[in-house]
Design a protein around this ligand. Structure first.
Ligand SMILES: *[C@@H]1O[C@H](CO)[C@@H](O)[C@H](O)[C@H]1NC(C)=O
Ligand SMILES: *[C@@H]1O[C@H](CO)[C@@H](O)[C@H](O)[C@H]1NC(C)=O
Ligand SMILES: *[C@@H]1O[C@H](CO)[C@@H](O)[C@H](O)[C@H]1NC(C)=O
Ligand SMILES: *[C@@H]1O[C@H](CO)[C@@H](O)[C@H](O)[C@H]1NC(C)=O
Ligand SMILES: *[C@@H]1O[C@H](CO)[C@@H](O)[C@H](O)[C@H]1NC(C)=O
Length: 392
């Protein structure tokens, strides 16, 4: 070889090197390469932590691969910010320990941008033993760990994932922006306490679509600071339905606004669509809410606003100071389990502003007519109204 061609090939090698450095393509981080065992017994937490730490440092796209197998995990905090986007590709069956760990989360992602959680695997919270303990202590301890927490996570997706038997809630979003949750399946028994499906608080630009949620508590709840949330094509039940609130439990709560629930079904649920506030002097705001094209099949309270929310017998008794306005119920149809199919109990201090259009709810299988009940409601009713509207 001549010196010239030597120099040329050196140049070429340098070029290729700097090019690959610049692209930093996809890199896979298989938890098994970090010591995880999917044998249902070995605790793989440290292996998961090591793979997260390496993946988070990768400047390109990192894919954490969890293959098939049962992986036992204690509580895990996956913290960013990371150098690039990260996919948590879970094809495995992740299992929590049965004992309650006394923390608010089982698996948490915090300060992450461009996270993808996918892979059609499972998160099994193994909650059944802690549920019975919480029953004994009720209502003092209702803060069991959430299976999957996203806190301060932006531009991310949860896609095609299964959640079963969380100890507390299954999924919680807090401080998030632009998160899409799609094709997820959540399942816990109807008598399991506080096993909410998805809680959304202090978060905006959130979408939940094409999902199925069966739990012992709320299907989805929108809590203070939830803003610009769209829930579509989702099936709830059994469980307590989709709830806004409860609001008014503390002072200075952020508003819940810009919530659209569309093309959703409720089967064998306690509620269909609900807004609930405590009867306290804490100010608050619920606005720009729309429930549209909702099909209820045997819900106890298909449409309910409850401004005297009282889950136990010891509640503040006054008038709620939470203002509920610009709430639309449009095209709500199906079967109510009780005869009060539309129940709007608002605050004397702050009457709510509601619009209903095309409501068609019957009572059981031919049990008779349904009725609506209003207290301090302002607004308009139009189109078909069965039961007859009570909005004046
Ligand atoms: C998420 O977005 C917020 C607001 O745009 C920003 O302040 C925060 O740093 C972002 N978080 C991450 C982890 O990128
Ligand atoms: C929202 O996040 C997705 C990634 O999940 C991204 O593709 C999209 O550009 C983001 N949208 C906005 C408005 O930032
Ligand atoms: C929710 O739907 C509304 C109305 O279609 C739309 O303007 C808004 O951008 C959507 N937001 C999200 C987060 O999908
Ligand atoms: C809701 O139920 C109706 C009637 O059973 C069905 O046609 C529709 O596809 C269901 N929608 C969803 C999102 O499951
Ligand atoms: C209606 O739902 C309740 C649970 O809320 C269930 O116990 C009951 O069996 C259901 N009734 C019918 C007719 O499916």
């Amino acid at each position: 070889m001549t010196r010239k061609s030597d120099a040329l090939s050196l140049l070429l090698i340098l070029l290729i090197l700097s090019f690959s450095q610049a692209i930093k393509g996809v890199k896979f981080f298989n938890v098994k390469d970090y010591g995880a065992l999917g044998d249902d017994h070995y605790d793989s937490s440290e292996a998961f932590e090591r793979s997260w730490n390496e993946a988070c440092k990768w400047k390109g796209k990192a894919v954490i691969k969890i293959p098939r197998g049962k992986f036992l995990l204690r509580n895990l905090l996956f913290q960013g910010p990371c150098m690039g986007p990260i996919d948590f590709h879970n094809a495995g069956f992740l299992k929590a320990h049965k004992v309650n760990i006394g923390l608010s989360y089982w698996v948490e992602f915090r300060y992450v941008d461009r996270l993808g959680i996918s892979g059609s695997g499972h998160f099994d919270g193994q909650g059944s033993e802690s549920w019975f303990k919480i029953m004994e202590d009720y209502p003092s301890t209702n803060n069991l760990p959430t299976s999957l927490m996203l806190t301060f996570v932006n531009n991310s997706r949860i896609d095609n994932m299964n959640f079963v038997n969380s100890k507390g809630s299954h999924i919680k979003l807090y401080g998030c922006k632009n998160v899409t949750i799609t094709q997820i399946h959540i399942s816990a028994p109807p008598n399991s306490p506080n096993t909410d499906g998805i809680n959304i608080a202090f978060s905006r630009q959130i979408q939940v679509t094409d999902s199925k949620i069966s739990t012992g508590d709320d299907c989805i709840s929108l809590l203070p600071g939830a803003e610009d949330v769209n829930i579509t094509d989702t099936r709830c039940g059994p469980g307590h339905g989709i709830s806004i609130g409860s609001m008014g439990i503390g002072p200075n709560e952020l508003a819940v606004k810009g919530i659209n629930v569309k093309n959703c079904n409720f089967t064998d649920t306690m509620n269909g669509v609900r807004i609930k506030t405590w009867a306290t002097k804490n100010a608050g705001k619920v606005a720009q809410i729309s429930f549209e094209s909702i099909f209820v099949n045997n819900a106890s309270n298909p449409i309910i606003i409850d401004q005297n929310y009282c889950p136990s017998h010891d509640c503040p008794k006054g008038d709620s100071h939470v203002q509920i306005s610009d709430v639309k119920f449009v095209n709500i149809m199906g079967v109510s389990q009780t005869y009060v199919a539309v129940n709007l109990q608002c605050s004397k201090y702050r009457p709510c502003e509601v619009e209903t259009k095309n409501i068609n709810l019957k009572y059981g299988s031919n049990k008779g007519p349904t009725i609506s009940s209003c207290y301090n409601v302002k607004g308009v009713a139009s189109g078909f109204q069965k039961p007859p509207s009570c909005i004046s």
